[in-house]
Design a protein around this ligand. Structure first.
Ligand SMILES: [Cu+2]
Length: 148
């Protein structure tokens, strides 16, 4: 009899444990973004070498829609930066995953403006977009926050 009860307990403990772990994962996925996020689309790079502004081609940005961004880069003294090398990555800090795509610069538009194609955000929540910029004053990085 007691043997049977022990077996039953064992039998149920596995799904109960899985449910608990799943519940924690879902709760993590559902947590709200930090309240103090800087959502500005124009800011100084981390080392202060450049000012970068971004203009998403979709407004508002919708979940799952591929679109482009225009990135504008200027020096500290407001001169446009042409021929910069730009790399884009990002992801969802609260989910531990990156972007679903690999966005690339598709055109140097001149006047410090660059067309980036391949932007897509495949779920609602807090996203970061990291730009690495290599220009005449050296390499620098900047991070933009989005909440979808
Ligand atoms: Cu996610």
């Amino acid at each position: 009899m007691s043997n049977l009860i022990t077996r039953r307990r064992l039998f149920w403990s596995v799904p109960v444990a899985l449910l608990a772990v799943g519940g924690i994962a879902v709760a993590k996925m559902m947590q709200p973004p930090p309240a103090d996020l800087d959502l500005s689309l124009a800011k100084s790079t981390d080392q202060g070498l450049y000012t970068v502004s971004v203009e998403p081609g979709l407004s508002p940005i919708s979940v799952g829609t591929m679109h482009g961004w225009v990135v504008q880069i200027s020096t500290r003294d407001s001169k446009p930066v042409d021929h910069a090398r730009i790399a884009v990555d990002g992801g969802m800090p609260q989910h531990g995953h990156g972007l679903p795509t690999e966005p690339q610069v598709s055109a140097d538009l001149g006047e410090g403006r660059y067309q980036v194609e391949g932007m897509k955000f495949n779920m609602p929540g807090w996203w970061v977009v990291n730009l690495s910029v290599d220009g005449p004053d050296g390499p620098d990085t900047v991070t933009f926050n989005l909440v979808l």
